[in-house]
Ligand binder design. Structure first.
Ligand code: 5GP
Length: 185
């Protein structure tokens, strides 16, 4: 039996990465897809682990080749999901998790309506601002851009199958585990 595709969205700064990591610790037979991006690696990020980092020309070529299941521009950079990697993993009967933003999620859901979509919501916008500033890696301009995107993205939550509020990491991860157990292939 083919695996099932799961999509998690939620703006950067809502602690999405931490929740996903916690969820994956306890979940079996699900694989996080490694995206391709034109943005620069952040400190500690590793090529092939966090992302495949490419330049704009190579990204464009991949788009033209039809290499991406979906792709989108976000915060001035491009991000895309490898079509072949996802299809291969699903065919092997493994479940796949995409951690992508809303435009990409929409593209995938249109092509693969059986995909299960989950949106992680922050407890409040003030909380996100605090987390983004606390990270200390972004400029004021970048933070303002992010906050605008978060407000826009939160409106998109209504189109997702499930909404999970990240009030506490363990609790949010547990809620995702329950959704996963219910739908996994
Ligand atoms: P970051 O730069 O903080 O790693 O990611 C920025 C945004 O891009 C996040 O919302 C993340 O979920 C999204 N993203 C990461 N990979 C992909 C992808 O392959 N496709 C799309 N559409 N969004 C992605």
């Amino acid at each position: 039996m083919a695996g099932r595709l799961f999509i998690i969205s939620g703006s950067s700064g809502v602690g999405k990465g931490t929740v996903i990591k916690e969820f994956l610790k306890n979940a079996d037979n699900i694989y996080l897809s490694v995206s391709t991006t034109t943005r620069n690696p952040r400190e500690g990020e590793v090529h092939g682990v966090n992302y495949f980092y490419v330049n704009k020309d190579d990204f464009k070529k991949a788009v033209e080749n039809g290499d991406f299941l979906e792709w989108a521009e976000f915060g001035g950079n491009c991000y895309g999901t490898s079509r072949s990697a996802v299809e291969k993993t699903l065919k092997e009967g493994k479940n796949v998790l995409l951690e992508i933003e809303v435009q990409g999620a929409k593209q995938v859901k249109e092509k693969m309506p059986e995909a299960v979509t989950i949106f992680i919501l922050p407890p409040s916008i003030e909380e996100i601002e605090k987390r983004l500033r606390g990270r200390g890696t972004e400029t004021e301009e970048a933070i303002a851009k992010r906050l605008k995107a978060i407000k826009f993205e939160s409106q998109e939550a209504q189109h997702y199958d499930y909404k999970v509020v990240n009030d506490l990491v363990e609790r949010a991860a547990d809620e995702i585990s329950k959704i996963y157990e219910k739908h996994k292939g």
